[in-house]
Design a binder for this molecule. Structure first.
Ligand code: PLP
Length: 445
């Protein structure tokens, strides 16, 4: 067996060559935070210091780290067959995984298209929507409607339907034409410190009627929203909002896509947020916890009617789209092992069971300096701070850094701290995350 290289803190390794994603590279390289190992609820940094994972990596590792069932499945599969092409060829694991996903997905979403990331899932879903309408004889339906503050990855399709200014502005001339946005649902004036779903704001979905009047239903392919916005800072849908979006899209023959890259696989209490809130979209985009973050993989779950419509017409390739690594056998093995863990350990249910405890814990922070809102659902929480006079995002980043120094990983987006621990988290570990946060908030001020 070859040796696994071990990395030492502050050794001679250069940091110069790696251009890190979504990272302040110069700041990081001056003061690196290097993770080297992971087991259960903990990372270890390169100096061997334990760091409690309050974010499931990057919303990925819902079953915790170092799961032997996954690493053994990966090892078995890579030794048996490392790779198989997926264009005009197949292998059993991809079909098995598709069946497993269909079994846990909302009713009717029985078809699965494999990708390698959330961004690719989003772009695939947008293309499938256009392909579907064209197959259905409605080729003018090509427009998309996203939502302000939405995050749908970083492909040109994803940033076009996305609604986070910072991700779009640099590329503004190259965004997809024919995209409009619904208003976001964050309303701190009326809903600050709401536990669970806000009671008011469902009428924001009705703006869709105005956009339909403006662009014409016959020109609109799909509406895409995250049922709960994760990356923009844990923004929950008001009660009834998603149902209204569903009713309006249905009325006008517009597809509804839920981007569940974060909310999928138990984060908000059921396999998918769609089930938790009893609203079935036409497609669901997934990635991240699909295989517990072990190997890049994503999937789009698709309604049978869409697939069936695309299967009409002369025999031949029905969708000119796909990836070299679609349904990769090793990633699929990791996903099946992950689904087994989620099922055997009832982790989706656990997320719901712990919701009340988690909710009380994070809302106990109310009253600490500069907190202007706390939001939560399932095992996800967002704590919003007023920006410091040093600039937007400085306070959030300071709290993130201080928590890391104190041995807990949380996530900062601007001045919002998000917490989304692995679903195996214990009550004591929830307390530990919240206590560290409390200390960090006081220290940063
Ligand atoms: N969609 C949503 C809702 C996400 O939260 C993310 C990533 O955080 C993506 C898409 C993009 O996923 P990826 O980074 O795997 O491309």
């Amino acid at each position: 067996m070859t040796d696994i290289p071990t990395y030492k803190h502050n050794d001679t390794q250069t940091l110069e060559n790696y251009w890190m994603p979504f990272t302040a590279n110069r700041q990081f390289k001056a003061n690196p935070r290097m993770l080297a190992e992971a087991e259960g609820m903990y990372y270890k940094d390169t100096s061997g210091r334990a760091i409690l994972d309050g974010t499931a990596g990057l919303w990925c590792c819902n079953a915790g780290h170092g799961r032997k069932e996954i690493s053994e499945a990966v090892s078995r599969q890579i030794n048996k067959m490392d790779y198989a092409p997926s264009f005009q060829m197949g292998h059993p694991l991809a079909f098995e995984l598709a069946e497993r996903l269909a079994n846990i997905s909302p009713q009717g979403l029985n078809k699965v298209f494999f990708t390698n990331s959330g961004s690719e899932s989003v772009d695939s879903a947008l293309k499938i929507a256009i392909n579907y309408h064209r197959a259905n004889g409605e080729a003018t339906r090509t427009r998309f409607i996203g939502r302000e503050l939405g995050y749908h990855g970083v492909g040109f399709g994803g940033i076009s339907v996305g609604g986070i200014g910072g991700n779009r502005k640099t590329f503004s001339q190259q965004l997809l034409p024919g995209v409009d946005h619904l208003p976001h649902t964050l309303d701190m004036q009326n809903n600050a410190f709401t536990r669970g779903m806000p009671k008011t704001g469902a009428e924001k979905a009705d703006v869709l009627e105005q956009l339909v009047a403006l662009h014409g239903a016959e020109n609109i392919a799909a509406v895409i929203v995250e049922p709960m916005s994760g990356s923009a800072g844990v923004i929950l849908p008001p009660e009834g909002y998603l149902k209204r979006l569903r009713a309006i899209t249905k009325k006008h023959g517009i597809l509804l896509i839920f981007d569940e890259v974060i909310t999928g696989f138990g984060r908000v209490g059921d396999a998918f947020a769609s089930q938790r809130w009893d609203v079935t979209p036409d497609m669901i985009t997934t990635a991240k916890a699909l295989n517990n973050g072990a190997i890049p993989m994503g999937a789009v779950l698709i309604d049978d009617d869409i697939y069936d419509a695309c299967m009409q017409g002369p025999e031949g390739i029905e969708l000119f789209h796909g990836y070299t690594y679609s349904g990769h056998p090793v990633a699929a093995a990791a996903a099946i092992a992950s689904l087994n863990i989620y099922e055997n350990e009832k982790l989706f249910e656990r997320s719901k069971e712990l919701e009340g405890y988690f909710e009380d814990a994070i809302h106990s922070l109310k009253g600490l300096p500069n907190i202007i809102d706390i939001r939560n659902i399932g095992l996800v929480g967002g704590i919003q701070f007023s920006p410091s006079e040093k600039g937007v995002g400085k306070r959030g980043f300071g709290i993130f850094e201080t928590c890391f120094d104190k041995g807990t990983l949380v996530r900062a987006t601007a001045d919002i701290i998000a917490i989304s621990p692995p679903l195996i988290v214990s009550k004591q570990e929830i307390d530990q995350i919240v206590n560290t946060l409390s200390d960090a908030i006081r220290a940063v001020g």
